[in-house]
Design a protein around this ligand. Structure first.
Ligand code: DGJ
Length: 342
């Protein structure tokens, strides 16, 4: 990530290719540049490995830009080449005459259909729209075609009538989200619902384009972390157990992370402690979880992806990527590392 716009392109490319001692390292909290020297815009993002290449999809927060979601590609998780606009702003639906925008896009591959499936939090100013967006592509970098917007679970849990988020009529809100593809080929969407009070885990249909139907609470979907007000879910699996890192709900401000663990994706989930240790651990190192990625060929080693939001200047938000390992009690641990290579 050392590559920057001030280097002549030929040297930047040479460095990005991993040549010489100055090849890139991960330096959390600093501005990150792609291999052509442009600032990386892939906030609230996720990683996907396909055919030996890593793809990083995330929010483009450039003002007035054409992309809703960008895609970057890498073979070493450090040097990232801009792979294109994965989903354009223009392709997003409008609702009530107003534009929508994307947060926390994630992509998984469906081996049955051959499609790459993107889920996202689709929103409007005010955060009452609170829908899932689903888009499809034939290639990991896209371009993705927007398919539909939905609230996956339409149950009415005695939601107040006339609330601007319309939960009574449409079902639980869909905000911070993540996808999880299990080893058995089944996929799940985790999302902050019920106006962020309660997290939902919903198994997806065979095409991964919506919930498995009929939706049956406890069988195809579950309410977890009930009334806990958690968001930014980052699920992952280690030695047959399911783990989840979440944040509290404090807007763009950092707060303590929490770890949750279960024997099955639908739970029951048990809440453990704060996985972060060391200075600034109580503020998740001034970041918020977005993804946990298993490092290929390194069992038990994961890459934690977080966002250090800058509410004064969101396009200048930074990335905090740290190694995540398990301690001898089977709990994940996250420690600050100023500079490293996965
Ligand atoms: C916290 C969420 O995690 C972010 O994705 C974003 O929705 C902000 N809240 C908005 O305040």
């Amino acid at each position: 990530m050392q590559t920057n716009r001030f280097l002549p392109p030929v040297i930047a490319l040479w460095l990005a290719a991993g040549n010489g001692p100055a090849a890139g390292t991960i330096r959390s909290g600093e501005p990150w540049f792609d291999t052509s020297g442009q600032r990386i815009h892939a906030h609230g993002g996720g990683l996907l490995r396909h055919a030996g290449v890593f793809y990083w999809h995330g929010e483009d927060r450039t003002r007035g830009g054409a992309a809703a979601v960008n895609c970057y590609a890498s073979t070493n998780l450090v040097d990232w080449r801009f792979a294109g606009v994965a989903l354009s702003r223009e392709s997003l639906p409008r609702a009530d005459g107003q534009r929508t925008f994307v947060e926390r896009p994630k992509v998984i591959h469906n081996a049955r259909t051959g499609k790459f499936v993107m889920w996202m939090h689709l929103e409007q100013p005010g955060y009452h729209y609170a829908r899932a967006g689903v888009a499809l592509a034939d290639q990991p970098a896209g371009p993705f075609t927007f398919l539909h917007a939905l609230r996956p679970i339409t149950n009415d849990f005695n939601f107040p009538a006339d609330a601007p988020n319309r939960q009574k009529e449409l079902g639980g809100t869909f905000r911070d989200m993540n996808l999880f593809l299990d080893d058995d080929g089944r996929a799940y969407v985790f999302y902050a619902s019920e106006n962020n009070w309660t997290m939902y885990v919903v198994r997806l249909n065979e095409a991964f384009t919506g919930p498995e139907t009929p939706t049956l609470e406890g069988r195809t979907w579950a309410r977890i972390l009930v009334r806990d007000m958690r968001e930014a879910p980052a699920p992952f699996k280690h030695q047959g157990r399911y783990h989840l890192i979440t944040s509290g709900c404090t807007g763009w401000q950092p707060n303590p992370a929490r770890w949750h663990v279960a024997d099955a994706p639908l739970g029951p989930w048990r809440t453990g402690g704060d996985p972060c240790v060391g200075p600034e651990a109580g503020l998740t190192f001034r970041a918020q979880s977005t993804f946990v990625f298993p490092l290929p060929g390194k069992p038990g080693e994961f890459l934690f992806l977080g966002d250090r939001w800058n509410p004064q200047d969101l396009p200048d938000s930074r990335y905090v990527w740290l190694p995540l390992r398990f301690d001898t009690n089977g709990a994940p641990r996250l420690e600050w590392v100023a500079e490293w290579r996965p």
